[in-house]
Design a protein around this ligand. Structure first.
Ligand SMILES: [Zn+2]
Length: 323
């Protein structure tokens, strides 16, 4: 935290719930603390250090992606797992990833209780929802979710079993099936927003999303534009992961003017791809020039001493207020 402050960072999004664990203790009777942190509360300590160094703390949580085969949630909540059209639970397109089914009421209640405790217990500045989407579902033959609850829910509304649908033969029904899936994620975002407004109206709610809306909605059923239009998010992190700075500029120029006003736009950059310091600095400049309120770097572990030095002497030289 001291190093981050010296480099000029003003916000940290610590990986807080991932791989089927929380980093902090007592998250929920069915969500264990990561054994790497037993006997310690790293989130509590991060909050205290954030105050000391003037760095905002916004926990990052994985929503539907709950880890790999060794995740405790995969074995202990097997009845909540998403099921692919191919009859398999782990994804083949995102190899070995297990997801919770987005339409299950139990899943919604589970995460809502956990986020409520998190927001009430820690003096965090916000909550960042990642993997707030279905598993990659194009090509459609490998799509999700075809579990009993999803098939039943869709049947109850349209008297159609989605396993019988083919997008080429039944385009209209297929469109309904896609809308049904988008609605499951959207309803959850709406519920999280209502809970957050009730328990911590001062905290900022955000999500990590795919910048191309047709990809987000068509392949992952993540209709983030609607969430922005409804006012359910305060901040949005676009995963603009590319090492091609000019591509970033073109995409940002195209996208940012189309977004509703009043939302903090954060451009997510990907030094984990092996950026040079020059690329990192270029992309932060482009993020600023194209109208973002900030850049978020994924991730700290991939920043080299050269990156840190370049940030400190370059774009992070002058302190700015974190949105
Ligand atoms: Zn399902």
């Amino acid at each position: 935290m001291k190093k981050l402050a010296e480099a000029g960072f003003n916000c940290l999004c610590p990986e807080t719930i991932y791989g089927g664990y929380a980093i902090y203790p007592n998250a929920h009777p069915a969500l264990r603390q990561n054994p790497a942190f037993h006997g310690w509360d790293p989130l509590k300590e991060l909050c205290a250090l954030g105050k000391k160094y003037n760095i905002k703390i916004i926990p990052w949580v994985e929503v539907y992606f709950i880890g790999f085969q060794d995740s405790p949630l995969v074995s202990e909540k097997a009845e909540w797992l998403a099921l692919g059209r191919n009859g398999k639970q782990p994804s083949t397109l995102e190899k070995g990833y297990y997801y919770f089914c987005p339409s299950r009421e139990e899943v919604r209640r589970f995460w809502l209780e956990i986020y409520e405790y998190l927001l009430k217990t820690y003096p965090i500045d916000g909550l960042q929802l990642d993997y707030i989407r279905y598993p990659q579902s194009l090509p459609w033959e490998e799509g999700y979710c075809y579990c009993g609850a999803c098939r039943q829910g869709f049947y109850n509304r349209y008297e159609i079993d989605p396993t019988s649908l083919d997008p080429q033969k039944d385009p209209e029904k297929w469109r309904k099936w896609n809308e049904y899936r988008m609605e499951q994620v959207t309803d959850f975002v709406k519920n999280v927003r209502a809970m957050q407004k009730r328990v911590r109206p001062d905290a900022k709610l955000s999500a990590d999303v795919f910048p191309k809306l047709d990809e987000a909605t068509g392949a992952k059923f993540q209709n983030w534009m609607l969430w922005l239009e409804k006012g359910w998010l305060d901040q949005i992190y676009f995963m603009a992961y590319t090492s091609d700075a000019e591509y970033l500029r073109r995409e940002a120029r195209d996208l940012i003017p189309k977004l509703p006003k009043g939302v903090d736009i954060i451009t997510g950059l990907a030094p984990y791809m092996g950026f040079s310091a020059e690329t990192l600095i270029d992309e932060i400049r482009i993020a600023r020039e194209t109208g973002s309120q900030g850049a978020c770097l994924f991730e700290y572990g991939s920043l080299t001493a050269e990156h840190i030095h370049a940030l400190k002497e370059g774009p992070f030289r002058l302190p700015v207020t974190c949105p």
